[in-house]
Ligand binder design. Sequence first.
Ligand code: NAP
Length: 241
Amino acid sequence: MASKAEKKKKPEKVPEKILILGGTREASILAGELVAAGHDVSTSLAGRTKEPEPIAGKLRIGGFGGAEKLAAFLTREGFTRMIDATHPFAEKISANAIEAAAIANIPLDIRLRKPWRKIPGDQWIEVMSLEEARDILPTGARALLALGSQHINVFASRDDVHFVVRMVDKPEEPLTLPRHDVIMMKPGDVASEKALFASHRLTHIVSRNSGGKGAQAKLAAARELGLPVVMIQRPILDKAE
Ligand code: NAP
């Protein structure tokens, strides 16, 4: 007969073979937790960042070639679970993940960041697209574009606005913005964001509502300085809401 201690013992979780669709800080943290819990974890990156930070478990880099090929990869490699921990604006891969999990018949966990919520003191101008953000900036504005490099050229027609572009990797092509400064740095804490906004005499911050802690300081800095934030809302069907 089982002893009292044995009866109390929680059932051990069976180790799983998990594919994390990553590319976010949260995905890397999750990989560490799942590896520590004894699972066989692989993280998949699209390959956009030149030097990704080390991630626990195995790493694969590059697109799969669509949902069917992702499904074939899952089956061939014997994955028992997939987790979508991609950026909330990475729409294509999230749609592919849903389709592939259905084809491969494995569970899919969706772990996207929750969007930021406006709090008292925030002056958000909420828009639905990059184009709307571009058009809403007033003449003479000095705007921080807190956006990925692939989204910057949308603003090129605004020769009446001075842009400050913050980047982590050097752009492969020169930016087509008529008037701009490029700063090569990661987002900092509230104090350093405030100092940056003041030194560039910014009047507006342009951001997508990505959520997460990493890039949140700019919102607090804008609130404290009374700067408006042109906030681009998420794609239509947001599963993290
Ligand atoms: P996307 O538009 O949803 O995906 C475009 C294609 O890139 C996908 O169809 C897929 O190619 C490939 N891909 C995307 N994520 C992948 C992944 N994790 N592993 C393998 N292939 C992937 O994605 P995106 O907006 O370009 O974002 C790419 C990656 O950067 C994502 O992993 C995302 O988490 C990260 N990221 C994105 C943003 C953003 O603003 N969008 C910001 C920070 C980080 P195939 O169809 O060939 O499989």
